[in-house]
Design a protein around this ligand. Structure first.
Ligand code: AMP
Length: 285
């Protein structure tokens, strides 16, 4: 596995691979890698000839008062995990290497990036879109693997690729969870023991909403959201920010569920702000 912090070397390695007829799979991350990232890297290594992982805690996607400084960083452990998962190249640039001069040009995302996470974290998706555009520009033509765990990010990245005609195929990776349902997240390490016990409450609430739609045939989205609220209230340490039933493509809230929908949830548990989501589908009556 080759590790580089130099943007030009990263570009050159991937370009060389393509020139040799190899396909490139890219998995952008912020490090603090866990089994979810590992599964995504394994998939990239399985489906492509060369799996490249990027590790960069992107300051542009953190707002004031968020956890940029505290965000866990442990490059040594990350490199071991990336290599064990089959990465051939790891790119871990410094902030200077990525944003040497403070950028005058950034990528802005309207509409769907202004809802849900975008509403609570103003500028977040502009920061994501800017770094992802830079990483795609450095990487060149590739298949990029993004987790469904960050569902809104996945939808934003798909639109970014479409709207800017970037030479990238985006693949969605299923969410990897702990045995009790908690979605793996680098931020789970902020949880104390009691908070850790209650944190899966976000997922259990999603499942309660999914059951309402799929097993009880509930079509009224307001009732589904109420069901999710009720489920979250059983975990007093979970402070709900939002629970929603949305269209899977544009993330607009739906009134009546018919066909495929996405259930989104976000909340705070102690110092951790956690998000999760599941698919749900209402069959025609
Ligand atoms: P992050 O390092 O948190 O920015 O995440 C990097 C990539 O890994 C993103 O595409 C995430 O959606 C994905 N990811 C994060 N958590 C999980 C998980 N539990 N299962 C699968 N993919 C994940």
């Amino acid at each position: 596995m080759i590790v580089t912090s130099q943007p030009s070397e990263f570009s050159e390695l991937l370009e060389q691979a393509r020139r040799a007829g190899r396909t490139v799979g890219l998995h952008p991350t912020m490090g603090a890698l866990h089994a979810g990232h590992a599964a995504n890297v394994r998939r990239a290594a399985l489906e492509c000839d060369l799996a490249a992982v990027t590790i960069f805690v992107n300051p542009l996607q953190f707002g004031p008062g968020e956890d940029f400084e505290a965000y866990p960083r442990d490059l040594g452990v990350d490199l071991e995990l990336a290599e064990a998962a089959g990465a051939g190249v790891v790119f871990c640039p410094s902030t200077e290497a990525m944003y040497g001069r403070s950028p005058l040009v950034t990528v802005g995302v309207k509409g769907l990036a202004e809802r849900w996470e975008g509403a609570r974290r103003p500028g977040h998706f502009d920061g994501v879109a800017t770094v992802v555009t830079k990483l795609f520009a450095l990487a060149g033509p590739c298949t990029a693997y993004f987790g469904e765990k960050d569902y809104q990010q996945l939808v934003v990245v798909r639109r970014l690729v479409e709207d800017l005609s970037l030479p990238v195929r985006v693949e969605a990776c299923p969410t990897v969870r702990e045995a009790d349902g908690l979605a793996l997240s680098s931020r789970n390490r902020y949880l104390g023991p009691e908070e850790r016990e209650e944190a899966p409450g976000l997922y259990w609430a999603l499942l309660a909403g999914k059951r309402a739609i799929e097993e009880q045939g509930v079509a009224d989205a307001a009732l589904v959201v109420e069901e999710m609220h009720r489920a979250v209230r059983r975990q007093p340490l979970v402070e709900l920010e939002y629970a929603a039933v949305v269209s899977p493509e544009d993330l607009e809230p739906v009134d009546e569920v018919s066909g495929p929908a996405r259930l989104l949830i976000a909340g705070r548990v102690g110092l951790a702000r956690l998000i999760d989501n599941v698919a749900a589908e209402k069959e025609d009556a």
